[in-house]
Design a protein around this ligand. Structure first.
Ligand code: GLC
Ligand code: CA
Length: 535
């Protein structure tokens, strides 16, 4: 495999609205990020993924873009952003930006023109029909919205204020490529591509993901924009399977560096239903899925590794125990993931063990998806308590509460009124507390990141799952020539003994507890204990 710079990178995802508010208006901003780059540097990551900072009416917090080439005024100015890029560069931190090209805002100039008449040159930049079919929006309700002036419906796979772009239109594609090059010229190092597997949609045939021309479009975009540069591109692809993954990220195909696939993330959802229809996670199934992807990518491309992002609940609350064993769980999940082959992504707050957010008041959940699906479920006759239960477990808002910096009011996120409530637990879960404790989650993540930077086995070693049917322990090996590491994680609270021939001869590289309890051929694991050993 040709070595690439991102093969040893760890990416830190920033959701600017909730990161740090520098001017007291309650909304995180670019200056706020600038003031904390040294914190990010201290963690050891070398790439920042910046969620959308483009001009937007914020129907979907910036994923509805009004002007691709302007910065959202709440976040600052273009000069602030350029400054951030430069300041990061000085510290050897690269920035990748979110690229949202499946849809725009309905306030985008193109859509305003498109709505004027059927002959307008921008009309065909979007997708219209006279007779809407049964396609649904991912945020609830029909995917079609009526426009009286035209007596036509337009397609929106997300909110009504996010009309879908028509990738069949070549002029539209050219405008997008121009915009991408505008950003590349600013010195960024790549893109995270929002719902990129939807751009080949053929709505008249009910095709959303993986449309017939999807790969043609991605390849064309590659060739007209980032292809000539050595950049990191990661596609968000809910529709990816191991069978089509190689189409996106096999280096010879000139499309993307890697994708975010979501198979493991959906294991606690009832098959075929909405994310909020919850089922219990089965560890053996989780091992099966993660291992399948590790094996598949040996020759198909490169994996991304993540538990969290701005759309997902916090992993310590989701599959761990965020009350009695929060720190142990956070370290265990980190260790399990960061020992694997691929590029790890850390979502802001993960490194300090932030948790889900609990409120019984639906008003405390501003996300458009939460609000829409809540209303839809109330109308469908779901019980309110059950809906709130799903929200506590799965709502996107769980990830979006403001970053907890210290134990002062509002977790030190803002001196004003935060745009969204800060999690009450900021009093004991915060950055300061982590930095003052040498055994903190933060320092554990710092060690994991350092390990990857300097360890070829972690970067390139072949993955081998151990004891696949063990219902409590997730253990695997990574092997490169005569070197290997072993990662062993107790996924549950009950202490357990794990047997491994020759384990007593291995050296402990990292443990989530202060000491390690090894005997000949076995290791005794405490609650959620995670260990990395090497030969
Ligand atoms: C992606 C984003 C999500 C957004 C959606 C529509 O899934 O991660 O936050 O709502 O696309 O742009
Ligand atoms: Ca602000």
């Amino acid at each position: 495999m040709t070595e690439k710079w991102w093969h040893k990178s760890v990416v830190y995802q920033i959701y600017p609205r909730s990161f740090y508010d520098s001017n007291g208006d309650g909304i995180g901003d670019i200056q706020g990020i600038l003031q904390h780059i040294d914190y990010i540097k201290k963690l050891g990551v070398d790439v920042i993924w910046l969620c959308p900072v483009y001009d937007s009416p914020n129907d979907d917090n910036g994923y509805d873009i009004r002007d691709y080439e302007a910065v959202m005024s709440e976040f600052g100015t273009m000069a602030d952003l350029e400054n951030l890029i430069r300041e990061c560069e000085k510290r050897d931190i690269k920035i990748i930006m979110d690229l949202v090209v499946n849809h725009t805002s309905d306030e985008h100039f193109w859509f305003k023109e498109a709505k004027k008449s059927k002959d307008n040159p921008y009309h065909d930049f979007y997708i219209w029909t006279d007779s809407p079919n049964e396609l649904k929006s991912n945020f609830g309700g029909s995917a079609w919205e009526y426009v009286e002036e035209l007596d036509q419906y337009y397609l929106h796979f997300y909110s009504k204020k996010q009309p879908d772009l028509n990738w069949k239109n070549e002029n539209m594609r050219k405008e997008i490529y121009k915009m991408i090059n505008f950003w590349l010229d600013k010195g960024i190092s790549g893109f995270r591509m929002d719902v990129i597997d939807l751009i080949g949609k053929e709505p008249e045939k009910l095709i959303k993901e993986n449309g017939p021309k999807l790969h043609y479009y991605i390849n064309e975009m590659h060739n007209n924009t980032y292809g000539k540069k050595d950049l990191l591109t990661v596609g968000e692809t809910w529709g990816a399977t191991i069978d089509n993954a190689g189409l996106f990220c096999n280096p010879e195909r000139n499309e993307l560096s890697m994708i975010f696939q979501f198979e493991q993330i959906q294991l606690d959802k009832e098959k075929g239903k909405h994310r909020w229809d919850i089922k219990k996670l089965d560890l053996v199934e989780l091992k099966e899925v993660l291992s399948k992807w590790q094996y598949a990518m040996e020759d198909k491309g490169w994996n991304s590794l993540f538990w969290n992002n701005h759309d997902l609940p916090r992993i310590v609350s989701r599959w761990g125990n965020d009350r009695e064993y929060r720190k142990e769980c956070a370290k265990m999940f980190g260790t399990l993931l960061h020992g694997m082959k691929g590029t790890p992504y850390i979502y802001q707050g993960e490194e300090i063990g932030m948790t889900n957010f609990y409120s019984d008041n639906i008003e405390d959940y501003p996300d458009i998806e939460t609000q829409n699906v809540y209303k839809e479920r109330i109308e469908q006759g779901f019980n309110k308590k059950d809906i709130m239960h799903s929200i506590h477990i799965k709502a996107r808002d769980n990830a979006r509460t403001p970053m907890q910096w210290n134990d002062s009011e509002n977790g030190g996120f803002t001196t004003g009124k935060p745009w969204m409530k800060v999690n009450e637990n900021y009093k004991y879960i915060n950055v300061d507390e982590n930095l003052n404790d040498e055994n903190s989650i933060f320092y554990h993540y710092q060690k994991l990141i350092n390990l990857r930077k300097n360890n070829k086995v972690i970067q390139y070693g072949k993955y081998i799952l151990l004891d696949e049917n063990n219902p409590s322990v997730y253990a695997y090996k990574r092997v490169l020539d005569d070197k290997s590491i072993v990662v062993i994680c107790n996924f549950y609270e009950n202490p357990i003994t794990f047997e491994l021939d020759g384990i007593e001869k291995l050296n402990v590289v990292l443990n989530s507890y202060k000491d390690t309890n090894i005997e000949t051929g076995k290791i005794h694991l405490r609650s959620y204990e995670a260990v990395i050993l090497e030969n």
